[in-house]
Design a protein around this ligand. Structure first.
Ligand SMILES: NC(=O)C1=CN([C@@H]2O[C@H](COP(=O)(O)OP(=O)(O)OC[C@H]3O[C@@H](n4cnc5c(N)ncnc54)[C@H](O)[C@@H]3O)[C@@H](O)[C@H]2O)C=CC1
Ligand SMILES: CC(C)(CO)C(=O)C(=O)O
Length: 300
């Protein structure tokens, strides 16, 4: 497959690097990472090991963006800009692995080419040209409105060919909310407490994460998605166990002094709640604390 990874930071470089073992991959990234990958290739270290030579560019042409599959791995708040650039080319299928409910923003520019996606792999960009895999997770892809499709099966098969754990999921509407519950619980709590995901296996931080996940499940149900409180909590516990050594992407953000996705994750739950009369005090507190930290001065 001809695959473009748009926004190759930590997650995009990991997934794109692994895909490059079997597919023709172009990373759309920023310097100095892009320059390093273009010159010396990309190293995947940590729990997985690979040395690959994908193409890398900071400035894709419409021809670069005309591909079989465009994977979007920018931060959720960069999705609209990524979608506008992707629309200058002609990707056959577009799939977001970003956290947050970003697919609607992609659909606005790219229409029914958009598949839903989610990833629980852990990744850190440790240096230009080197990404560390901190947790082997799983990727799910599927139709935004649910159901099976030939194109989702084809994308999942292409991922598996390259050795990634990936399934086509007919239940993406529920999975997207389940992932939002996982991130609402894990990301903000690990970022504020400055702990690895595994620290949420017990103790007070675990209770906060569970409360955020339950609130997310209530909003999901109010929006017609069948996600029980217990299922949301169980999903948090499973990801905590599977990614115990991860420093969540939001913890990495606060440690770097950069903007977080608190508004796109916890804030997204809070914003949707009033229309349904659902209370979301835990998500509001987590989002507000992170926004207060951002307002005090972030690096970018
Ligand atoms: N890092 C992780 O372990 C995981 C991250 N995620 C999600 O994946 C998404 C990406 O996360 P990370 O990879 O950690 O963030 P990151 O900040 O390392 O990567 C995003 C990259 O996109 C690049 N980018 C944005 N706009 C661009 C443009 N127009 N042209 C070129 N490059 C552009 C940025 O420079 C950055 O390097 C987030 O939504 C995160 O929540 C999900 C699962 C795990
Ligand atoms: C799955 C998890 C929680 C892995 O850390 C993640 O999505 C992230 O860090 O953003």
């Amino acid at each position: 497959m001809d695959i473009v990874v748009f926004g190759a930071g930590a997650l995009g470089s990991l997934v794109g690097g692994l895909l490059a073992r079997d597919h023709h991959v172009t990373l759309v990234a920023r310097d100095p990472h892009a320059r390093r990958v273009a010159g010396q290739g990309l190293r995947v270290t940590g729990e997985l090991d690979a040395r690959v030579r994908p193409r890398a560019t900071t400035d894709p042409t419409p021809a670069d963006l005309t591909c079989d599959l465009a994977l979007v791995t920018v931060k959720a708040y960069d999705t609209a800009a990524a979608a506008r650039t992707l629309a200058t080319g002609d990707p056959a299928v577009v799939c977001a692995l970003s956290n947050g409910l970003t697919e609607e923003t992609l659909v606005a520019e790219l229409g029914d080419r958009v598949l839903a996606g989610s990833a629980t792999y852990g990744a850190e960009l440790v240096a230009p040209g080197e990404v560390r895999c901190t947790g082997v997770g799983r990727i799910h892809v599927g139709e935004l409105d649910g159901g099976t499709s030939e194109r989702a099966a084809r994308v999942a098969a292409a991922f598996r060919e390259a050795g990634l754990d990936c399934e086509a999921d007919p239940g993406m509407p529920r999975r997207r909310w389940e992932k939002l519950a996982v991130n609402a619980g894990i990301n903000a709590v690990t970022a504020l407490a400055r702990v690895e995901n595994g620290a949420l296996a017990d103790g007070p931080a675990r209770d906060v994460a569970h409360r955020a996940a339950r609130e997310t499940a209530r909003v999901a149900r109010a929006e017609g998605v069948d996600l029980t409180d217990d299922a949301a909590v169980a999903a948090v516990d499973t990801v905590v166990e599977e990614t115990a050594a991860n420093r969540s992407s939001m913890l990495q953000d606060v440690e770097r002094g950069s903007r977080t996705e608190a508004s796109e994750i916890n804030g997204a739950v809070v914003d949707r709640a009033p229309a349904h009369g659902v209370a979301t005090p835990t998500n509001r507190t987590l989002a507000d604390l992170l926004r207060a930290w951002e307002a005090a001065g972030i690096a970018e």
